[in-house]
Design a protein around this ligand. Structure first.
Ligand code: AMP
Length: 216
């Protein structure tokens, strides 16, 4: 399985991608998680990315392509992967073609792309209720996916946090970046006939079933 998830911020792609990766025994590769790790570790990459991410803008194509090139060269990605948050621009998508596959429409040896459809109005509300575990990255939602104990991760026992870029100003900027820079990526894959669109509205389990059906 070589699968790319495309969707606006807060569309649930992280949650669904993680679950699908676990089910299919392939790595879940989230460029957002990798950047947040670099920030937590205080690396040069993290220091460069932090202010850009906090503003809701995209990190440069060159940096992101370097990161994904190194990650996909690791042995665990040889049999497949689920990409979450990459490619986010057409330049990244074109580069990915040269790294992993031809995206020619031949799904047997190419990429498959799944686009989660969630309208903008639903996004801002969803994101303001999103919390995550700073230790394991598990994602919760204060209405639809609550932890057993308020504000505490079920697995790690850590205090849940809101992401620094989950404030309204940054969310609007991230949505704008999605429309202007990432939706053309969906068109890019549609032209290659490897795109499947799935309705991302509804409970997590229901959306997951739709995803599995669309891939089978
Ligand atoms: P995410 O966790 O996927 O919502 O990503 C959080 C932030 O990381 C984005 O708003 C961007 O600033 C940055 N980012 C993640 N992936 C990429 C990418 N492929 N290209 C550019 N910026 C990215």
């Amino acid at each position: 399985m070589k699968l790319i998830f495309i969707g606006p911020p807060g569309s649930g792609k992280g949650t669904q991608a993680k679950r699908l990766a676990a089910q299919h025994g392939v790595p879940h590769i989230s460029t957002g998680d990798m950047l947040r790790e670099a920030i937590a570790d205080g690396t040069a990459l993290g220091q460069q990315a932090a202010p850009i991410m906090a503003s809701g803008a995209l990190v440069s194509d060159d940096l992101m392509i370097g990161i994904i090139n190194d990650r996909l060269a690791k042995p665990d990605a040889a049999r497949g992967f689920i990409l979450d948050g990459f490619p986010r621009t057409v330049v990244q998508a074109e580069k990915l073609d040269t790294i992993v596959g031809n995206g020619s429409g031949n799904e047997a040896d190419g990429l498959r792309v799944l686009q989660l459809l969630v309208p903008d109005e639903a996004i801002v509300k969803r994101i303001s209720l999103r919390r995550s575990c700073p230790v394991c990255g598990a994602i919760y939602h204060l209405e639809s996916a609550r932890p057993a104990v308020d504000s505490v991760c079920d697995r790690e026992g850590a205090e849940l946090i809101a992401r620094p870029d989950d404030n309204e100003t940054a969310v609007r900027k991230r949505l704008e970046a999605f429309h202007r820079q990432t939706l053309p990526v969906a068109t890019f894959y549609k032209t290659k006939q490897v795109l499947r669109e799935v309705d991302g509205i509804g409970p997590v389990d229901e959306v997951f079933e739709r995803i599995e059906r669309s891939l089978s």
